[in-house]
Design a protein around this ligand. Structure first.
Ligand code: GLC
Ligand code: CA
Length: 564
């Protein structure tokens, strides 16, 4: 398969949730200077790109995903000088930076919205999605993704505005060409500063249907998804953005596209489509659905996971580039969800890393994942900070009759705060994250799970990630090789092959917490990497991962002929 080479296909991206990464000034909140302090750690790990979650000015109703000024830095995170320094220091170390672009909505405190809600017509009147009520009620029955209705009445303007997320996150009206131009000019402003690309928040929601019909009722409200996702002009607007902005720079772009299907993803990220470099799909992190969507603590099914991963690998091959992730700031911790955060924490964290990093696509590491950090398992509702979790608790328990105990179990399994506890740097107070009081509690297991201890231990999860990343930089087959699934019917083992010009990798991952037989095991094959110290005999051990490498004779000749 001929894939065009790009630096971002060869890269490993590290996601930084700034608020929880490292606090440099003792106010309990991670900040830009904290990242600067840890650049050498990131260099040690070997990652190529940092994705910063939003660092712009924000009232923080949704931790920065509600922006009130796109051209200034959130006060708690530092200053524009800090940002410039971070960019410069990262570039000095050969590390690129991409920013979160949150342009489906702004904060209600953004100047555009403040002007838009004025009773007098003005240039900002059509910057948001305003509608009259219906019989004294909201324009339709849609529910917001953060609980409650998706429409809020504005007393000033005497109309309702649409917000897919919280009322403090009004949706921009992308059908207004002025809005699009504002966004493009802001993007150019950041790109001209020298940033290396964007992760685009809920970018498949920017175009809404023209009519606003009621949605099918789920829980208390109607479902807006069919009318707000992949709307009629989503692709047109992205092509326009590509033509006017993205294509003028050598950057990477990744769209966050909730509910995206394979068919749509091929359009957003298709090699010949001139839209985005890649998208995040979520099927593998949405395998479990409860009565009320994500709120459940059921464990995933390995067969379903394999099916979904294979579908995306095969379905995108030759057409579009995959992005690979187990976790992010909206998901629980990978090892708690897909591995075992008890007895086999180390083994399963390494197995998951192997499985993901050997697939075709660009891997994303979510901060702390490289340490095998686990879910927070908060005991009290008052420990939670996340607007989605807190709103859902109130809606499910107070309005829909779920019990407190059930909801607390769901939160422990799936709440976004599981991944938002501070990065565990050392075994000192607050895990070395802050000298003050952390904005969200540190996970109690920081004395055993922390970066300092793992740097010293050559068998740590951290040093395993370091090796995986280094391998990607050495072996083109990891990046550009074709993918082919093996052992399709196996209920526990996910195995696949990658091939490129006579080089072949056989990747074998046991998702079970017990031994399983595996016909692919070999006594003579060369092991490229494995999470157990010694070679597997006839069976795979709990969460064992092994990658064999074979180089065919013809490719050796090819190398010799090339003078290697
Ligand atoms: C995306 C972000 C999430 C945020 C939401 C609204 O899904 O990843 O954290 O709450 O968009 O901006
Ligand atoms: Ca701080």
């Amino acid at each position: 398969m001929n894939i065009c080479k790009n630096w971002w296909k060869e890269a490993v991206v590290y996601q930084i949730y700034v608020r929880s990464f490292k606090d440099s000034n003792g106010d309990g909140i991670g900040d830009l200077m904290g990242i600067v302090e840890k650049l050498d750690y990131l260099k040690y790990l070997g990652v190529d790109v940092l994705w910063l979650t939003p660092v712009y000015q924000s009232p923080n109703c949704d931790n920065g995903y509600d922006i009130s000024d796109y051209r200034s830095i959130m006060k708690e995170f530092g200053t524009m000088e800090d940002f410039d320094l971070l960019l410069e220091e990262s570039h000095k170390r050969g590390i690129k930076i991409i920013m979160d672009l949150v342009v489906n909505h702004t904060s209600d405190e953004h100047e555009w919205f403040v002007k838009s809600r004025s009773p007098e017509p003005n240039p900002y009147w059509n910057y948001y999605i305003w509608r009259d009520g219906r019989d004294g009620k909201a324009p339709n029955n849609w529910g917001s993704w953060f609980s409650g209705p998706a429409w809020t009445y504005d007393e000033n303007r005497k109309q309702y505005y649409l917000h897919i997320f919280a009322p403090k996150q009004p949706d921009l009206n992308w059908d207004n060409p002025q809005v699009r131009e504002e966004v493009y000019s802001m993007m150019r402003w950041w790109l001209d500063k020298g940033i290396d690309g964007f992760r685009m928040d809920v970018i498949d929601m920017i175009s809404k249907t023209e009519a606003f019909p009621d949605g099918e009722i789920h829980g208390l409200y109607g479902d807006l998804a069919p009318y707000c996702i992949h709307g009629p002009h989503a692709h047109d607007y992205l092509r326009e953005m590509n033509e006017k902005v993205l294509s003028c720079y050598d950057i990477m772009t990744v769209g966050e596209t909730p509910c995206v299907t394979l068919e749509e993803a091929r359009k957003y990220a298709g090699y010949d489509r001139h839209e985005l470099g890649m998208v995040f799909q979520f099927e593998h992190v949405e395998l479990v659905k409860g009565k009320y969507g994500k709120w459940s603590d059921e464990r995933f099914d390995v067969r379903k996971l394999k099916e979904v991963l294979d579908k995306w690998q095969t379905g995108m091959q030759g057409i579009a580039w995959n992005s690979l992730f187990w976790s992010n700031h909206d998901q629980p911790r990978a090892v708690s969800r897909f591995g075992d955060d008890g007895t086999y924490r180390v083994e399963s964290a390494k197995m998951l890393a192997t499985c993901l990093h050997m697939l075709q696509g660009t891997p994303y590491i979510y901060q702390g994942e490289e340490l095998g950090m686990t879910n927070a398992y908060f005991e009290n509702l008052s420990d939670y900070r996340d607007v989605e979790s807190l709103n859902a608790y109130h809606e499910l328990v107070e309005e829909l009759g779920e019990s407190h105990a059930d909801m607390m179990r769901y939160l422990k399994a799936i709440s976004r705060d599981n991944a938002r506890t501070p990065v565990q740097w050392n075994d000192g107070e607050n895990a070395g994250f802050t000298d003050g009081t952390p904005w969200i509690a540190v996970n109690r297991n920081y004395r055993t799970i922390n970066a300092e201890a793992q740097i010293r231990d050559e068998n740590s999860v951290l040093n395993y990630y370091k090796r995986l990343i280094a391998l990607r930089h050495e072996k083109p087959v990891i990046v550009y090789g074709d993918y082919h699934m093996l052992l399709k019917e196996d209920p526990d083992v996910f195995a696949y092959e990658r091939t490129l010009d006579g080089a072949k990798l056989t990747v074998i991952c046991n998702f079970a917490d017990h031994e399983v037989e595996c016909p692919l095991l070999s006594n003579d094959a060369e092991i490229l990497i494995s999470n157990y110290q010694d070679r597997a005999q006839n069976v795979l051990r709990p969460f064992e991962a092994v990658v064999y490498e074979t180089v065919s004779l013809s490719s050796c000749w090819h190398l010799r002929a090339a003078g290697c």
